[in-house]
Structure formats: structure tokens, C-alpha cells
Design a protein. Structure first.
Length: 162
């Protein structure tokens, strides 16, 4: 709840365009994020839509570029799997077609290699002796990172933990 001393700054459409351009130039953004930010700045729907279309026209805002950047960043830096990346993009309201397109840009060999490394690293930290519990913990861990359970099982079979 805001008290009387806290006032939100309301921007004019001209000020908002400049701020939104800076907001988008700093890092890739989804239309959903920019739209929410514009509403936070006290703009009305018609102004927001005009600014969004201007940002798209001037190439400050590009859903496809955002989707690809988000996907590759979360995969390479955070080590997320496709399931978790897809969820993140859905939360940013990225269209399914763009989600599919950006997920296909992840190299399948790199994807398996990343999962393999993730499992190897986790194995070294597990203190569980029971092979079934150990396997279950590995599956849970990799699944929580967004990797598909069938792929996890295949890799664990290769490691003879089946």
C-alpha cells in the first residue's frame, strides 16, 4: 500500500518511448514485459499499443530475437532443459510457434552433453548408497532443471544406473 509521501512517476508518451527504447536496448525483452512496464509508468492502453508498435517498427522489440536469446541464454548459462525454457517463455507470453523455433536452435549434441555433465556433477554430491534411491534423486534433479525424463533415463542407462 502506498502512503501519501510515495508517488509513482507518470510519464508522458514521449518520455515513455525514450525510456522504453533504453529498456529494450539494455537487454532483449518480450512484448509482455514491455507492455507491463508501460502500464507501470501510468500509460493507457491506446498509448501502450502505439509505443509497442513503434518499438517493433524501430527494431527495439523483436519477439523472435527475444525468444532465441532467452532460450540460448538459459540453456548455455543456467543449464536449463527444454521443458523449463518452454515454461519460462510461456510465462513471457511468447507465441508457441516462436518457442518451437527457438528450441530447435539448441544443438542436440550440446543438449545431451549438458545433461550428461549435469548428472555427473550431481552424482559426485549424492551420498545415497541404495541404487534405486540414487537413480530417483538423479532423475528428480535433472527433471527439476527442465530436462525430459525419457532422455534422463536413456543417459542413466548408458551410465549403467538402470
Amino acid at each position: 500500500m502506498l502512503n501519501s509521501q510515495t508517488k509513482l512517476k507518470v510519464f508522458t508518451p514521449q518520455e515513455a518511448i525514450v525510456k522504453a527504447e533504453n529498456f529494450c536496448a539494455y537487454q532483449e525483452r518480450s512484448q509482455y514485459e514491455v507492455r507491463n512496464k508501460l502500464y507501470e509508468w501510468g500509460l493507457h492502453q491506446t498509448e501502450v499499443e502505439i509505443i509497442i508498435s513503434e518499438l517493433i517498427e524501430n527494431n527495439f522489440l523483436n519477439e523472435e530475437r527475444f525468444s532465441l536469446s532467452y532460450t540460448l541464454g538459459k540453456f548455455r548459462i543456467k543449464g536449463w532443459g527444454k521443458v523449463k525454457i518452454r515454461q519460462g517463455l510461456k510465462l513471457k507470453r511468447v507465441p508457441d510457434k516462436l518457442i518451437q523455433k527457438s528450441l530447435q536452435r539448441i544443438d542436440p549434441d550440446d543438449y545431451i552433453k549438458k545433461l550428461d555433465q549435469l548428472l555427473d556433477k550431481k552424482m559426485t554430491t549424492l551420498r545415497e548408497n541404495d541404487p534405486f534411491k540414487r537413480r530417483y534423486k538423479l532423475i528428480q534433479y535433472a527433471a527439476s532443471r527442465g530436462f525430459e525424463t525419457d532422455l534422463i533415463s536413456d543417459i542413466l542407462k548408458d551410465k549403467e544406473l538402470e
